[in-house]
Each structure stands twice: as C-alpha cells, then as structure tokens.
Write a protein that binds this ligand. Structure first.
Ligand code: NOJ
Length: 560
C-alpha cells in the first residue's frame, strides 16, 4: 500500500459560499461581500479551514455568475475588490484559505473579448471564440447539430458576421477557444492575478470541457447536450491542464476541477500525485446519481446500493494515488435531505448523511445552509423561478406532456434552485437575510423553525453535529488518511465502512432506513472494545456485537 503524502488541502474542510444568498448587508435584497464578512465568525465557528466562493465577478447574471464579464474584478452587486481583500485578509488571519471559482470554458457575451470578437472576422479577438460559418450562407443552418445544456441549439447566429458562435451552456455563455494560445495566456494571467493577491487556489468550473474535437463533428442525436462526446474529454484537455498546472505549481495552492461525466479512470489519471499531476482533486458527479439517471431531472427511486457502489469505487481506486473531494450538496443540486435522506426524519437523516460522507477519505465541502439542514421549496408558479436551466427544462418537459403543475411538483424535488434560496439566519422577517422588503429570491417559509439562531441554541442541532464531525475529522488522522473498506455491500439499508490507519480502526455505521434495523458487527470486531466517538442518537449501556439501529441512525466507533 502506497504511503499517503500529507498535504494541507487534504486536511481541510471547506465551506462553499453562493454569495447572492448568504447575507445582504445593504438592504437591496441581494447577498453581498460585506454580508459574507459579517458572517466570518460564524463560518470559522464551524471549524472549517477554507471558503470556496462561487463566482463573485462582474456578470449579467445569465447563469448567476457563471457568465463572467470581467475576470479581474468583483460583481458590483456584491461589493468591490477592497471588500474582497478585506475578507481574504480576515480569513487568512483566522487560518482559513480562500478559493475562487475559475470559469474559463466560457465567458459572458458581455465580456469585452466577446464584444470585440463580434466586430469583424479579422478582429484579434475573433478567434477567442468558436465562430463558424453556417452550413448554408445567410444563416440557414448551424455548423453542426450540437445542442446546448441550457438553451436549445448550441449555436447562435450573428447577422452582421453571417456566422454562428458556439455556446455549450446558455446563449449568453459563448465558449472560449482554448486552442488559441492567446486564450490560454489570458487564463494564466487570470490565475496569477488572484494568486498574487493571496487567493489559495481554484475550483475550476467544467474544466474538463475546455477542449473541443477538431472540426466540431456532428454529435450523437440526443435532446440535450448533443455533441457532448466531442468535448467531455477533448483531445487537448490534458495538455491544457498541464499548462495551467505550471502556474499553480508556482504557488502554494490547490485546484479542484469540476468534471461532469469524467470517469474514475480519468479522475485517477488527472489527480495522481507526482510528475504529470493535473489537478489536486476532482468534483465527480457519480455519487449524485443514486436517485436519478445521468442528470438530476431524470428521477428514479433512490438506490442505496448504487450510492455505495459509487463511493466504494472512488474511495478504493483513488486511495494512495490521488485525492477525493467529498460533497453531497452544492449550488447545482436540490437539498440532500429530500434526496438521500427523509424529510420526516429531517434532523436524524441530515446528521446521518453528514457522517456518511464526511468520514470518508477526501476533502469535505459543505454548502451554505447544509449545516442547518435547509430543505427544498415548492414554488407556486414557474415565474417565481430565476434560473436559465429551470426555464429550459420547463420547455423540454412541456414537450414530454408535462403541464406547469406537474413540472412544479417535479421541480420541487430536483431543481438546483432549491439550494439557492437565502440562508435562514433567524426567525425574524426574511429570515434575517435582508432588511429589504423583497429578497431577490423566495425564502423558505420554514425559516421560522429552521434557522442558524435556533440551531445555535440547541445542543443537538444539525449545526452542532457538523461542528463535532469537522472537529473530529481534524483531530483524528485516521479520518483524513485512513484507507476505506466497506462491509455489507449488498445491504439495501446499511452503509457500513471501516477506515484503517496506523493500527487504528474506525467503524462508521449508517442506517438509511426509517425502520429499526439489526446490526451485526463484521467478523473480527469486538464492539465492546470500541469507543463510541460520534452518534446521532443517545446510546446507553453495554454494547454487544449485535444491536438495533433506529431510523437513520449513525454510530462511529474508534478502535485503538
Ligand atoms: C457548472 C456550475 O457549477 C454551474 O452552476 C454552471 O451553471 C455551469 N457549470 C456552467 O458554468
């Protein structure tokens, strides 16, 4: 077994901030950086070691910041560069790192480069993007059959140029042509800009999409993202990642790349330590597919076996080579309690899910609101939604015969906007998120009960449980560096795994059932010798090798 190398980023837990919904300081209904600053004590109190900011750059908000119009500045809705520097400085003083979102697969169509590129075919910026002639003159047919992920065709026609530009996401997110060396230089300059300022690394947005197959051939005809096979791992991806890595190597920083559809084999290849390492970790989507087929909106019943199989593969095959990122929520997925947990056991299942993922081998990410068990929200009308993806899905589901009511029902379960409602700080008006009459987005009415203030007062809250887990992880090397072995792989109710490090063992027992489940210790275990270090229910009396687990119970035993 390879000896695991120690690195600071492996020992961290990271809190993800989606600024627009964290805290509004100036009463305009929109979360902002001074709002984040005001919550640094709280974030630090969780015990996390770093913050990842979803994009906070200037943006026309076609994709809420994932459409950047200026990479070296701050969204004026959120504040100024000075506001950001204040946070950076304060975070560093508190011993917390700060990570930026690097979105370079595409820019906004309002970015200066794109505006220039549109001026003429021989403008120096024209080749920053994929401008192509249509199949027939006069804008009759796009260059190929690709479909975007967010908005119909992947090509948008420009009459003045009589050409199309490529956008694999929304129309307002034109893809950058990474094959142009000047574009890669721009990316490096953006990286240096933030790293020189003191930022500690990047979460790299859909970084595995940055290389497109030469000639942009037609894709396999599917109703969404047709053509994806030609860019989900394009011909020059690894080369470009290597190039960006050179910049990262000049700094003491880390990079986690988002890799939708990236195979485990590729992930191991990208993240394997040593010469040729491209990324420090990858954000995989595999484990987020335990209740859906390929994408969150194609819902299927939750399968614990599917979840366990995925985690098992990533845990065992990455171990000793690269490093996993661990997450169960972010700004792109509905709240986890209503996916893998059970709303009728909100507190128990939230704690169990936290135990289940955070004690695996990897760097855990916690998304704002996850730590207080925030839940999904049902909207009464499609007009209450804000996200380009929602509107696109509404269009697609209408074609499948869904009316608005049926769509809203599904959306309440699967929509990523569920994770974007404002953070619930207290039970006062607008959950303490804003003093404005109207927050930018609907607040979940359950804020009167589910909020940070109430959680602070309750010793047994989900919030305090997260604190315990984060602390336990930090203080116990076995959680950080131990290897992973699963027991009872075929159980449809229990997820039991062992971590093993330097002669110690940690047994992590999680029930995914709303009924009582019998637990038998795996062979070789004498449970009476274990110390119960974490549990989400009170446990009393002598422990035998066989006991009953209550609904969504988690227990963690340490064997020294
Ligand atoms: C992945 C981001 O996480 C998501 O929010 C965004 O919409 C797409 N990339 C496009 O940038």
């Amino acid at each position: 077994m390879a000896e695991i190398t120690r690195k600071w980023y492996k020992e961290m837990s990271v809190y993800q901030i989606w600024t627009r919904s964290l805290c509004d300081s100036n009463g305009d209904g929109i979360g902002d950086l001074p709002g984040v600053y005001s919550k640094l004590d709280y974030i630090q109190s969780l015990g996390v070691d770093g913050i990842w900011f979803s994009p906070i750059y200037p943006t026309p908000n076609a994709d809420y910041g994932y459409d950047i119009s200026d990479y070296k500045n701050i969204n004026p809705e959120f504040g100024t560069l000075d506001d950001f520097k204040k946070i950076l400085d304060s975070a560093h003083k508190r011993g917390m790192k700060v990570f930026m979102d690097l979105v370079v697969n595409h820019t906004s169509d309002e970015h200066e480069w794109f505006k220039e590129s549109m001026k003429s075919k021989d403008n120096p910026y024209h080749d920053y993007y994929f401008w192509r002639d249509g199949k027939k003159k006069g804008g009759k047919k796009p260059p190929n059959n690709w479909l975007s992920i967010f908005e119909g065709k992947a090509w948008e026609y420009n009459k003045d140029l009589d050409q199309y530009y490529l956008h694999v996401f929304a129309k307002k997110q034109p893809d950058l042509n990474m094959d142009n060396p000047k574009v890669r230089e721009e990316v490096k300059s953006i990286m240096r800009f933030w790293l020189d300022m003191g930022v500690d690394g990047f979460r790299e947005d859909v970084i595995t999409f940055i290389s497109k197959k030469e000639g942009l051939p037609n894709g396999f005809p599917i109703p969404i993202a047709c053509g994806i096979e030609h860019y989900k791992h394009g011909p020059h991806l690894e080369e470009y990642l290597d190039e960006f890595r050179q910049v990262l190597n000049e700094y003491d920083c880390f990079a986690v790349g988002e890799g939708p559809m990236t195979s485990l084999k590729d992930a191991v290849n990208f993240c394997s330590e040593g010469p040729g390492q491209k990324l420090d970790m990858l954000i995989s989507f595999d484990h987020m597919n335990a209740d859906c087929f390929m994408a969150d909106w194609i819902k299927i019943p939750f399968s614990l076996r599917k979840l366990k199989k995925t985690f098992d593969r990533w845990q065992t095959q990455m171990y000793g080579k690269g490093w996993n990122s661990l997450y169960i929520e972010n700004h792109d997925h509905a709240r986890i309690i209503e996916r893998y947990g059970n709303i009728n056991y909100r507190v128990e299942s939230a704690k169990m899910l936290a135990t289940m993922y955070m004690l695996q081998c990897g760097t855990p990410f916690i998304y704002q609101g996850q730590e207080i068990g925030m839940t999904n929200l049902k909207f009464d009308s499609i007009n209450e939604y804000k996200d380009v993806m929602t509107f696109n899905n509404f269009r697609l589901f209408k074609m499948l015969g869904f009316n608005e009511e049926r769509f809203l029902k599904l959306s309440a379960k699967v929509n990523r906007e569920n994770a974007r409602t404002p953070v619930q700080w207290n039970s006062s008006k607008n959950a303490g998120f804003t003093t404005a009459d109207e927050p930018w987005f609907k607040i979940n009415p359950n804020y009167t009960e589910i909020n940070v203030e109430a959680a602070e007062k309750d010793e047994n809250s989900i919030l305090n449980y997260y604190r315990k887990l984060i602390k336990f992880r930090k203080e116990n090397e076995i959680v950080i560096y131990g290897n992973f072995k699963q027991y009872y792989k075929n159980s449809g109710k229990l997820f039991v795994y062992e971590r093993n490090y330097k002669g110690q063992k940690l047994l992590v027992i999680n029930s995914f059932s709303d009924k009582i489940v019998k637990f038998n210790a795996p062979d070789g275990y004498d449970m009476s010798k274990g110390e119960l270090v974490i549990s989400n229910y009170p446990v009393r009396g002598q422990i035998n090798n066989c006991f009953e687990l209550r609904p969504y119970e988690s227990r963690v035993y340490l064997f020294k």
